[in-house]
Design a protein around this ligand. Structure first.
Ligand code: DGL
Length: 267
């Protein structure tokens, strides 16, 4: 393991703003922890890319960031990147790496109807990682999956302060409801870190009687546990790091500031 100092940051990584849903939970448990929030906006969205491309981007970027910023811990705050590249990143970096995996286990414990919906990116829903979680925790349930990439862009737009056509949320709900058994869904796994950012809109689209579950609070608890006993000292404002500077970044500044990210940099 590498040496770190009290100013060493926790680095959260996503393709875009989705990881802010995880950061919000981390802030509750570790308000004094210096944070770098890294968004590979030049690669956004990940969900339509191949496994090879996602693995190469994530491993390459996290390697560069680890070398440059010496984080004490990295959280891959992205289901797509985690379900594909978590093992590879852990093999190459000598610091704790926390991943984000679809919350199928808690959903299986919550459902009363036995029918669970799962919304994720195209890349996430086809992963064998998800098959394994289903087999392990929801073998006696029915798990219906639907890829909703437009929800990623809806969350990005919402955080830029732009309006989103409500049809986007209705389509996601319909994509699950119209599958055989879908009318009985009472629990929906938000298997993309962008989706909790539009949970209220999704709740309106699904209607009453549906609960949503995602991993953000659990991930924050894991980070808290792995850094227990460590001291933190923030020497400069927490930073949002992008892989490309563009107009969209400027529009995100208010949302970044609401998450305590008062500085922007480009890798
Ligand atoms: N936030 C990401 C996830 O959790 C991916 C969104 C995307 O880039 O497609 O899957």
């Amino acid at each position: 393991m590498q040496e770190f100092k009290e100013e060493s940051p926790i680095l959260l990584f996503d393709s875009g703003v989705g990881g802010l849903s995880v950061l919000a939970e981390v802030r509750k448990l570790l308000p004094d922890a210096p944070v770098i929030y890294a968004a590979d906006n030049a690669g956004l969205p990940y969900g339509g890319k191949s496994e090879a491309e996602i693995a190469a981007r994530v491993c390459g970027l996290l390697g560069r960031m680890a070398e440059r910023f010496h984080p004490r811990l990295i959280c891959i705050a992205c289901n797509t990147a985690s379900t594909i590249a978590l093992g590879m990143v852990r093999e190459v970096l000598q610091i704790p790496i926390v991943g984000t995996v679809p919350a199928i286990k808690p959903a299986a414990a919550m459902t009363r109807s036995g029918v669970i919906g799962l919304l994720g990116t195209e890349a996430t829903i086809r992963q064998t990682y998800v098959d394994r979680l289903e087999a392990e925790f929801a073998a006696d349930k029915r798990l219906l999956r639907f890829a909703a990439p437009e929800l990623v862009m809806a969350a990005e737009a919402k955080l830029r302060g732009q309006s989103v056509d409500p049809a986007v949320y209705a389509n996601a709900a319909r994509g699950l409801r119209l599958q055989p058994g879908g009318e009985a869904i009472d629990t929906v796994v938000l298997a993309c870190t962008h989706f909790p950012l539009v949970e209220a809109e999704l709740a309106a689209a699904f209607g009453a009687g549906v609960s949503f579950v995602h991993g953000a609070a659990g991930i924050a608890r894991r980070i808290f546990h792995l850094t227990e006993g460590q001291s933190f000292h923030r020497v400069s404002p927490d930073c949002a790091l992008f892989t490309r500077k563009d107009d969209a970044v400027t529009k995100l500044l208010p949302a970044l500031e609401r998450h305590g990210l008062n500085r922007v940099a480009v890798l």
